[in-house]
Design a protein around this ligand. Structure first.
Ligand code: BES
Ligand code: ZN
Ligand code: ZN
Length: 495
């Protein structure tokens, strides 16, 4: 998508659709009043007839004749909240509607009484790029809806927000790449194809290096937990690593470590999952996908921050080679783990990846993982669960999350939960016989492997992949790319 910021009157902006935000209850902002004059009161007539509504996501189109350069004017309902997500949803609706009428250029007049201009353009870029995303890329029929090719901003504050709009545009493009990875079927998206994706990113940007360990190297390095999970599959594991060494990092003392769970298919292994919705477990690499795509965004933006990504990737499959309930494995940090459920595999592969990230010099770690079904039950599809061993680090991430649109809610991580993973045979076990507090136990398990220094864990099981659309700017089922915007925003705040 091309971004343009123009310093001319809205009447002069050439576009297929020229949009402005309208709240609920309907009041016409200054831009709307100006447009209304130009279209001879046509907007007021729509309001008087009750056809123009400010409901979030509602679009009212009006054809112009020769009064404006734009072909249509659109009132975009943002509801009564006035928050960024409402504007994201409005922008998504405008983009979809533009697509339906064959429009490829959308222009927005910023609202002088709304959010700060930088927040407005960010929300509009997000909604415009994320809203029309199509999960049906594997359909052979050409049903692709029109996409917005050019997004133009005008009106109060637009000129000052140009850089922000371009930044957001880079980030959403990577978010949609992440969605492609997560939506890709598990026969296509394998550990080795994820490694290829990472290698390609490293090839595209300066200061970036790629490496990957294969199964033998993983075993030889002592990563007994990752090796164990991967053993049942014909598709061999990879430990994927990317590092971005910005030449002049703003904070020389800091290396951000991004760790992402990348189980390319989670059948549960010998603790086999039920058949119902098992196909959705192709999305169990959503954390790793977000980490790799975020590395692309950070490098493309050239942020002055040192970042390292560690993405453990394998399949969790039942076979004669599979690890078993009862097995005891030794993780990279030397701790022993009794496997009590092979479906609690995410925490095992992350255990080795977290140790590896810390040993490789990460000072501040954040991991993203579709880790527990209970997180989906608890938080649904809008907030991820955030756990941390350091309150300041948790708060920094939470703030970045809120700004980015990838929301996160801080959960407790109290020492008392440790007893649930006590094992009679090893240092710990990977799951509890009780169903209580499962996301917290999983986080507490991970904490055993993070070493010294700030670490946070995001359980994105509910937010990475939608069973059904959310009726906002994520209107359809499938991958959301959760985490890419959050990690890019976090990296920006650390630079
Ligand atoms: N990948 C799943 C978690 C998951 C479930 C993600 C549903 C998205 C939607 C994870 O590996 C898993 O199976 N967790 C188990 C752990 C349990 C056996 C302790 C779970 O949450 O049921
Ligand atoms: Zn599992
Ligand atoms: Zn899993």
């Amino acid at each position: 998508m091309e971004i343009d910021v123009v310093d001319i009157s809205p009447a002069e902006v050439a576009a297929d659709v020229l949009a402005f935000a309208v709240p609920e209850p309907v009041t016409l902002p200054a831009a709307g009043q100006e447009l209304d004059r130009l279209v001879d009161g046509g907007i007021r007539h729509l309001i008087e007839d009750g056809e123009l509504k400010g409901e979030r996501g509602k679009v009212t189109l009006l054809h112009t004749r020769d009064q404006l350069k734009a072909h249509r004017v659109a009132a975009a309902g943002v509801g009564g909240d006035g928050d960024s997500d409402s504007l994201r949803t409005a922008a998504a609706s405008i983009a979809l509607r533009a697509g339906e009428v064959g429009g490829t250029t959308v222009a927005w007049i910023l609202d002088e009484n709304g959010l700060p201009p930088a927040e407005q353009v960010r929300a509009i870029v997000d909604g415009t790029a994320l809203g029309p995303y199509d999960s049906g890329m594997w359909k052979t029929k050409d049903e692709l809806q029109g996409r917005v090719e050019r997004l133009v901003f005008c009106g109060p504050g637009a000129a000052d927000a140009a850089a922000e709009a371009r930044r957001a545009n880079v980030i959403v493009a990577w978010t949609n790449r992440c969605r492609d990875l997560v939506n890709a079927p598990p026969n296509i998206c394998t550990p080795s194809s994820l490694a290829d994706f990472a290698e390609e990113i490293a090839g595209r940007f300066e200061h970036m290096t790629f490496s990957a360990l294969d199964f033998d190297e993983i075993s030889a390095a002592g990563m007994g937990a990752l090796a164990a999970v991967s053993r049942g599959s014909e598709n061999p594991a990879r430990l994927i690593m990317l590092s971005y060494d910005a030449p002049d990092p703003t904070r020389g003392d800091l290396t951000l470590g991004l760790v992402g769970k990348a189980i390319t298919f989670d059948s549960g292994g010998l603790s086999l999952k039920p058949a119902d919705r098992m196909e959705e477990m192709k999305s169990d690499m959503g954390g790793g996908g977000a980490v790799l795509a975020a590395m692309g965004a950070i490098a493309e933006l050239g942020l002055p921050v040192r970042v390292m990504a560690v993405v453990p990737s394998c399949e969790n499959m039942p076979s004669g080679h599979s690890y078993r309930p009862g097995d005891i494995v030794t993780a990279l940090n030397g701790k022993t783990i009794e496997v009590t459920n092979t479906d609690a595999e995410g925490r095992l592969i992350l255990a080795d990846a977290l140790t590896h990230a810390r040993r490789s010099g990460a000072t501040h770690i954040i991991d993203l993982a579709t880790l527990t079904g209970a997180m989906v039950i608890a938080m649904g599809d809008y907030y991820a669960g955030l756990f941390a061993n350091d309150q300041a680090w948790a708060e920094e991430i939470r703030a970045a999350a809120e700004t980015s649109g990838d929301h996160a809610w801080i959960w407790p991580l109290h020492e008392t939960y440790r007893r649930f993973i006590d094992s009679s045979f090893a240092d710990m076990k990977n799951s509890s016989e009780y169903r209580q507090g499962s996301p917290i136990l999983a986080a507490r398990f991970l904490q055993e492997f993070v070493g010294e220094g700030p670490w946070a864990h995001l359980d994105i099981a509910g937010t990475a992949y939608l069973e059904r659309g959310r009726e906002d700017y994520y209107g359809s089922a499938g991958a959301t790319g959760y985490g890419v915007r959050l990690l890019a925003e976090l990296a920006r705040r650390l630079s």
